[in-house]
Write a protein that binds this ligand. Structure first.
Ligand code: CP
Length: 336
């Protein structure tokens, strides 16, 4: 059995640098097989449950297509479809689904729930995003950087976005494990959870990465190889929308900010969905309701030659496929 067999993916903090790099390398291999239409049905006849308490485009599509390419059957279990959170506990749901499915993806509101599911399901559980972390996103993000630069060694990633969300937590922790220098540009009011920063700095001491937080977006992007941003207010944060936009406004990734990046070969990343176009109904609604524009990135950057967000989105499928095949398939994995 490989070191990945039967493992959950609840946070990248549970994996070593070598293990994460192996998964990225395996994802590149699977991407090549897909391009050449070479079958790779490592999970023939398996059944995979996809629990989604929240909406999703990329994660749902990536898990679904990855399952089918691997020969497995994906079963979508949406918020309105199952009893979880209403008539049934996480423990009971875990025991039932674990007796029928070979693996479970969970996207939900609480990290505690994905951990409870993993504790009781008896099959691998993969975190498709919670309030605390977004680990499957990380593999796609660092794979996209590796594809562009050829290596992750010596790179610097700048995240211009609020310090307290799941993507920031996971990026900071994963960069620290992988030895990628990382800076979060965020207002003082939204700096990262000190426990996450402490964890990342501890991991960075072993990998050699520099992990830091700044309130100055220019300071963050100047030496960056990749500049990453994310929406300013997540679902459920609408009550604080106007205040959040006021705080985040100086961190918008626009032509003025990117002019400070020294590396001419830099790339732009975004986990998506993005708010970049003032002409959408959503943008008009916000403008009408709050009298402000809340775009974290402008169209000229979003569609510039440095932008890699759609490659990053495609890589969600290849990396999720690698994770499922590695934890459930009969693979030969050299010692990592
Ligand atoms: N990046 C991401 O997780 O996208 P979805 O919310 O559409 O799955």
């Amino acid at each position: 059995h490989s070191v990945f067999q039967g493992r959950h993916l609840l946070s990248t903090r549970d994996y070593t640098k070598d293990e994460l790099m192996w998964l990225i390398g395996f994802s590149e291999h699977l991407k090549d097989l897909k391009r050449r239409r070479v079958p790779h049905r490592y999970l023939e006849g398996r059944n995979i449950a996809l629990i989604f308490e929240k909406t999703s485009t990329r994660t749902r599509a990536a898990f679904t297509t990855a399952c089918i390419d691997l020969g497995a059957h994906p079963e979508y279990l949406g918020k309105g479809d199952i009893q979880l959170g209403k008539k049934e506990t996480v423990l009971d749901t875990a025991k039932v689904l674990g007796s029928m499915f070979d693996g479970i993806e969970f996207r939900g509101f609480k990290q505690q729930h994905v951990e409870e599911l993993a504790e009781h399901a008896g099959v691998p559980v993969w975190n498709g995003l919670t309030d605390r972390e977004h680990p499957t996103q990380m593999l796609a993000d660092f794979m996209t950087m590796k594809e562009h630069f050829g290596t992750l060694e010596g790179l610097t990633l700048a995240y211009c976005g609020q310090g307290r969300n799941n993507v920031q937590n996971s990026l900071m922790i994963t960069a620290a494990i992988l030895g990628v220098n990382y800076v979060n540009a965020t207002p003082a009011e939204l700096e990262p959870d000190p426990a996450v920063l402490e964890l990342a700095q501890g991991l960075a001491a072993a990998s050699g990465a520099t992990i830091r937080v700044t309130n100055d977006p220019v300071d963050a992007v100047r030496d960056a190889d990749a500049v990453y941003t994310n929406v300013w207010a997540a679902m459920g944060e609408e009550a604080h929308f106007a205040e959040r936009v006021r705080l985040m406004r100086p961190y918008q990734v626009n032509a003025e900010l990117i002019a400070h990046i020294k590396n001419p070969n830099w790339i732009f990343l975004h986990c998506l969905p993005a708010f970049h176009n003032a002409e959408t109904d959503y943008a008009r609604d916000i403008q009408e309701k709050h009298g402000i524009s809340a775009m974290e990135v402008t169209d000229d950057v979003f569609f510039c030659e440095h932008a890699r967000q759609f490659q990053q989105a495609e890589n969600r499928m290849h990396t999720i496929k690698a994770v499922m095949a590695a934890s459930l398939g009969e693979l030969y994995v050299p010692r990592v």
